[in-house]
Design a protein around this ligand. Structure first.
Ligand SMILES: Nc1nc2c(ncn2[C@@H]2O[C@H](COP(=O)(O)OP(=O)(O)OP(=O)(O)O)[C@@H](O)[C@H]2O)c(=O)[nH]1
Ligand SMILES: [Mg+2]
Length: 561
């Protein structure tokens, strides 16, 4: 058997002590004991002699996996190998170490317990004669989920003398695991990767926060992920360098364990070093809001153009993240962001990514050329174009269907539509227009996506009128309008004629809906009730006539000039 190393502060240790420590690797703790009395006695004695803490990491079968020597006040546990059970389970190791002044468990001990996902942590007090005094034991609190933020993270057992430490370890650990399992199985049996903990770092007030969290939940749902719990880090001002304090991190670790999840979703875009720091500290997979949105797009993209654009966005997101260390990156690419069209191609190699991007760019140009041809032909028919735009899930596709009696896919889901779709609409006065549907917008749409979709959205420049659909039943509809307009400004579309449509009026008392519509100069409709559409059709007809009239007028002006 190879000689196992003694870790930590070994300089200056007498060789006789070293030998004894080495021999610990040959010992085995009886299955139902946390630590045998003999071992506790020896650890106490040797700590007394050396003035240093001594610790053992002990496996479930009672064998000593690691012997560590510390200083007078602490032991430092080196990096542990990855655990077989996965990151959402206890590691199957317990730390038993000495406290030479007989002091109770310290904050560092609790942090080791949480961050290393130890079965438990125990401190053996050393008495004035070098004998084993009291033993202090703590384990993770296996309960869960009460939205109550005061849920304890760990449980400390009442200290007892080592000599009559009656804790039955195997029973204790069994009950902890059972408890963890019980809470997990009360949730639908889903694979780990489909469930996640949401982490919100925020300076918002409460009402704002609720809808913000709700939106994150919807985004996760659209990506096929269920948010099982939310941890909120409240800050007065978000500080990118210290996004999350150690205390919050340990809360996150414990909740992840309690829920059996190994995926953290952050409610904002994280920079590469933040992702690295977070994955290093927690060993959990970390996904930010941008990656989540990219993932949804990747899952939804159907057309060749859509797929190319999403892959380009994914690659552009990945590029600046190539500098971080390998394992963090493999967690990153192993994360949900790696699904979809870009999946097999996310090679971790900058040069190849660049080559791939250039290739995609060329393919996209090709498609664009064809599209340009198509557009030119369409422009020749001189049919006016109305483009439906708006926040995601506002009911754009439903309205397109209702107006043009088509059956474009509709879903109560973010980003149901990715590919633009055009249909004809015939007005009562017997002239026709083209109505197009577009990808939905969202607050803080990632730049990578906006860039990638610029080509698709370019069609909006051909529109004679933007039909801005708003879900007026959403309490945050004003923010949504603002987010959409912000994106329009970025796309240089803010000077296009725009007609606001307040949709989903069926969800509000009609007087309220009409009043709001008046206030904003909008037309109130319910896309699922055709009977509410005539005022909108009338207004559209009027606007389009006006626009066409002006165009003809301008044309004549030009000709006569
Ligand atoms: N109650 C009610 N629900 C509506 C109305 N219009 C649309 N919906 C529902 O809202 C959800 C979203 O509708 P979509 O038409 O897919 O919305 P969208 O704006 O195209 O969404 P994305 O393409 O995902 O951006 C669907 O479940 C629709 O049935 C409406 O007037 N009233
Ligand atoms: Mg849609």
């Amino acid at each position: 058997m190879p000689i196992k190393k003694i870790y930590g502060n070994v300089t200056g240790l007498k060789s006789s002590i070293r030998q004894k420590l080495q021999n610990l690797y040959r010992r085995k703790v009886p299955k139902d004991q946390l630590v045998s009395y003999d071992m506790a006695r020896d650890l106490a004695r040797w700590s007394y002699e050396t003035g240093r803490q001594i610790g053992c990491l002990i496996g479930r079968d009672g064998s000593v996996e690691m012997v560590i020597v510390g200083d007078a006040r602490s032991v430092f546990i080196p990096e542990l190998p990855k655990s077989r059970e996965g990151r959402s389970r206890l590691r199957g190791l317990r730390l038993v170490h000495t406290h030479i002044k007989g002091e109770p468990l310290t904050q560092d001990d609790f942090m080791d317990l949480v961050f290393l996902r130890l079965d438990c942590v125990a401190a053996i007090g050393v008495d004035n004669h070098g004998g084993p005094g009291k033993i202090y034991i703590a384990h993770i609190f296996p309960g869960r989920n009460s939205t109550n933020e005061n849920t304890p993270q760990w449980v400390t057992l009442p200290p007892v003398p080592c000599s009559d430490a009656s804790v039955n370890f195997s029973e204790l650990i069994e009950s902890i695991e059972e408890e963890l399992e019980r809470h997990r199985s009360t949730m639908e049996a889903r694979v780990d990767s489909d469930r996640a903990l949401l982490v919100a770092v925020t300076d918002r007030d409460h009402t704002d926060l609720d809808s913000h969290i709700n939106e994150m939940r919807e985004l996760a749902r659209a990506a096929g992920i269920k948010i099982v719990d939310t941890v909120v880090q409240r800050v007065r001002k978000v500080n990118p360098r210290f996004l999350i304090g150690k205390g919050k991190l340990s809360e996150i670790m414990v909740r992840a364990l309690q829920h059996g999840v190994d995926l953290l979703i952050f409610d904002r875009e994280l920079n590469p070093s933040q992702v690295k720091a977070l994955t290093d500290a927690t060993e959990l997979r970390v996904v930010d809001r941008t990656q989540l949105i990219l993932d949804i797009f990747a899952q939804r993209a159907k057309s060749r153009e859509g797929k190319i654009q999403v892959e380009m966005a994914q690659l552009r997101y990945l590029m600046p993240r190539l500098n971080v260390r390998d394992d963090a990156l493999s967690r990153l690419t192993g994360g949900i962001g790696a699904r979809g069209p870009g999946e097999t191609k996310l090679e971790i190699d900058r040069r190849r990514i660049k080559k791939r991007l250039a290739h995609l760019e060329r393919a996209l140009n090709e498609i664009r050329k064809n599209r340009y041809e198509k557009r030119r032909r369409r422009n020749r028919t001189e049919m006016p174009v109305i483009s439906i735009i708006g926040y995601t899930n506002a009911g754009k596709s439903t309205l397109l269907n209702a107006l043009t009696r088509s059956d474009a896919p509709v879903a109560d889901q973010y980003f149901a539509t990715l590919d633009p779709l055009s249909r004809r609409l015939r007005f009562p006065k017997d002239f026709e227009v083209i109505v197009t549907d577009t990808v939905g917008f969202i607050n803080e749409l990632p730049n990578e996506l906006l860039d990638a979709f610029a080509a698709t959205l370019e069609e909006l420049h051909d529109a004679d009128l933007l039909l801005h659909v708003v879900d007026v039943s959403n309490p945050r509809f004003e923010d949504h309008i603002e987010s959409v307009r912000k994106i329009l400004r970025k796309l240089d579309l803010h000077n296009k004629p725009e007609l606001l449509v307040f949709n989903k009026m069926d969800r509000l008392p009609s007087a309220v809906a009409r009043k709001l519509a008046d206030q904003y100069g909008a037309v109130a409709v319910s896309a699922i009730e055709r009977s509410t559409l005539p005022p909108l059709i009338y207004e559209l007809e009027k606007r389009v006539e006006m626009i066409c009239f002006y165009e003809q007028f301008e044309q004549k002006e030009k000709e006569s000039a």
